[in-house]
Design a protein around this ligand. Structure first.
Ligand SMILES: Nc1ncnc2c1ncn2[C@@H]1O[C@H](COP(=O)(O)OP(=O)(O)OP(=O)(O)O)[C@@H](O)[C@H]1O
Length: 587
């Protein structure tokens, strides 16, 4: 405590430390003075301490710092918590780097050009209204002006500021910081900011504090979405927090965050966010599956023909999978028509309206949305899928109706349907049917006159998915058929099926079939008469045949292996990067 607030020698001596060489190097001097809380008003005595490099005089009653004007080597100054009305109002030292003037009564920022070496300047808790005169501080990295009365961000030009604190002011907008391209940490908490516009492009930003502002709209995150280094974002006490699923929405849109609202982001949260807003097809399928299982558990149990004939052999089912317009439905119906003793068509449900030539109960069970939802709740669906806003679904009853006749079931669906089906106990054969020429596909969709341009474009884009799955998940599809030419595609399917079943067509054109017969097929070695055909129509026989390893598959493998051995070349691909199964054609 200084008597009368005037700094005396004893007090100075008590505060001196860090004995070292003077800046000129010719003397031993004290470099550091710390006199916090001495109730000092007058520090005139410090005029004699010209060698000081660090001065800390916080928690005093200083109104005037003129005495510091005689310290040319001063590097660091802390005069926080005093009664100063002017900022840096003394003869400038050569190289002042850090200055803390927080908690004073400063109302104005003077020309700071004489203090151009400043790297850190803290003027928090003063009464500053206007940001100005920083222009010459070309080394300023950290600027803190929290708790002032600033209404507008300005005057920072292209300073190399990395940390900017303007919290608790009267800011309404994030403006004039475009040129601060080194900004890493920005604190704008406690203002009246409504939009994050202005933050975009600050690619080094790691942390943004916007607590207690007026951010209300989720779309504001667009401005920080591409700040790839951003790890910490604080939006506490903003209306946006009231939005449903607020936290997961932010985590989904700003995936790089590790800390949101001062809470660490857990990996599980990131996964939940992705599953909520952009679930993978597998997640969608799992949800679909779980929903139907849960609903079916709530129904009385019953014995199903389709789970027979035995627990070891799966019920024979053929799933034609592919994009809309692939021609799956025509292929499926044609197959059933030609092989009525083997196949029945599993009629799916849909909420979409029938096309002019479609027949209720034959092409689909066309139902209302209400009926569809009721069917879901009654636990009858095996899988459902929403396509272009319409619902599609396959009921266990549709399969049962076919199984009861002792027939194998043929159905068609999109990829998502397959993913759900793969979760069930059914083990169908999956045949990817897809036009490999984009032009042919587009033409087919267009010729139907049933889809808008957007729908066509969407379907075309989506077709990539099939190519991806075929490429990246070997074995996902048992077979691939190019359906550019639907007649040709049917021929392939027909031979494929005959190969699987080891039959000849009821109306075979032998010359047509011969080239496709597999030499090692013992089933084909047999002479199938109409009698043996009739015998083999039971579900038991079908199941036995169905569960054999695919002759065509192994033939494909052999063909491809020998091709690879011969040429060393990778698998041949066709249009859209798809490997087509020419299994039966290789013989
Ligand atoms: N239960 C289901 N689950 C998933 N997808 C389904 C289901 N039933 C039908 N789909 C598919 O929904 C899409 C739209 O059905 P739609 O009947 O309009 O197709 P489509 O134009 O006749 O298809 P394609 O020409 O390939 O037969 C088709 O790809 C169809 O296979």
């Amino acid at each position: 405590m200084c008597p009368g607030g005037v700094l005396d020698e004893d007090s100075v001596i008590s505060g001196l430390s860090n004995l070292g060489r003077s800046a000129e190097g010719d003397k031993q001097v004290y470099l550091h003075l710390a006199l916090p809380g001495f109730s000092m008003k007058d520090i005139t005595l410090l005029c004699e301490f010209e060698h000081l490099q660090k001065v800390e005089l916080p928690y005093n009653e200083l109104t005037d710092l003129k005495a510091l004007g005689n310290m040319p080597h001063l590097l660091e100054l802390d005069v926080s918590h005093n009664k100063l009305k002017a900022l840096l109002d003394f003869n400038p030292p050569k190289n002042l780097k850090m200055a803390d003037f927080s908690f004073n009564q400063i109302t104005d920022i003077p020309d700071l050009a004489p203090h151009h070496c400043l790297t850190i300047l803290n003027i928090d808790n003063n009464q500053i209204k206007e940001m100005k005169n920083f222009g010459k501080c070309h080394r300023l990295k950290r600027l803190s002006l929290a708790h002032n009365q600033i209404e507008k961000i300005q005057g920072l030009h292209s300073l190399p500021i990395t940390h900017l604190n303007l919290s608790a002011n009267k800011l309404k907008k994030i403006e004039n910081i475009k040129e601060l391209d080194r900004l890493q940490v920005l604190n704008l908490s406690g203002n009246q900011i409504r939009s994050l516009d202005g933050l975009q492009g600050h690619e080094y930003l790691e942390g943004i504090d916007l607590e207690d502002n007026e951010i209300i709209d989720l779309s504001e995150v667009q401005y920080v979405q591409k700040l790839f280094l951003l790890r910490q974002l604080n939006l506490q006490r903003n209306p946006i927090r009231e939005l449903p699923d607020y936290r997961l929405s932010i985590l989904f849109h700003v995936r790089q965050l590790t800390d949101l609202d001062n809470h660490r982001v857990e990996v599980e949260e990131k996964v939940s966010a992705t599953n909520m807003f952009s679930p993978s097809l597998e997640v969608i399928a799992s949800r679909d599956h779980i929903m139907h299982v849960v609903y079916s558990f709530m129904q009385p149990s019953r014995i199903l023909d389709s789970t027979l004939p035995s627990t070891e052999t799966p019920y024979p089912m053929l799933v034609l999978v592919g994009p809309q317009g692939a021609g799956k439905q025509s292929l499926a119906l044609k197959l059933v028509e030609e092989f009525p003793d083997y196949f029945g068509y599993g009629v799916a449900h849909t909420t979409r309206k029938p096309l002019p030539d479609e027949v209720q109960g034959k092409d689909y069970n066309f139902v209302s949305l209400g009926e569809f939802e009721e069917t879901i709740k009654s636990g009858k669906f095996l899988q459902t899928y929403s396509y272009h806003g319409e619902l599609f679904g396959l009921t266990i009853d549709a399969i049962e109706a076919v199984a009861r006749e002792g027939l194998a079931c043929v159905v068609h669906m999109e990829l998502e349907g397959v993913l759900t089906l793969k979760n069930t106990s059914f083990e169908p054969r999956y045949v990817l049917v897809m036009p490999l020429s984009e032009e042919a596909h587009e033409k087919r969709l267009r010729d139907r006159n049933a889809y808008s341009e957007t729908q066509i474009a969407w379907t075309m884009d989506r077709s990539e998915l099939y190519a991806d799955y075929n490429r990246e998940k070997p074995g996902f599809f048992d077979m691939v058929i190019d359906s550019d030419d639907i007649v040709e595609a049917y021929k392939r399917l027909r031979h494929l099926v005959m190969d699987y079943l080891g039959i000849r067509a009821p109306t075979p054109s032998v010359s047509d079939l011969e080239p496709f017969m597999t030499a090692d097929s013992n089933l084909l070695d047999k002479d199938y008469t109409s009698d043996t055909l009739a015998q083999s129509t039971s579900a038991n026989n079908l199941a036995r045949t169905w569960s054999k390893p695919s002759l065509a598959d192994s033939a494909t493998q052999q063909a491809l292996a020998s091709l690879k051995a011969k040429t060393g070349s990778p698998m041949p691909t066709h249009g859209r990067g798809i490997v087509v199964s020419h299994a039966t054609m290789t013989h």
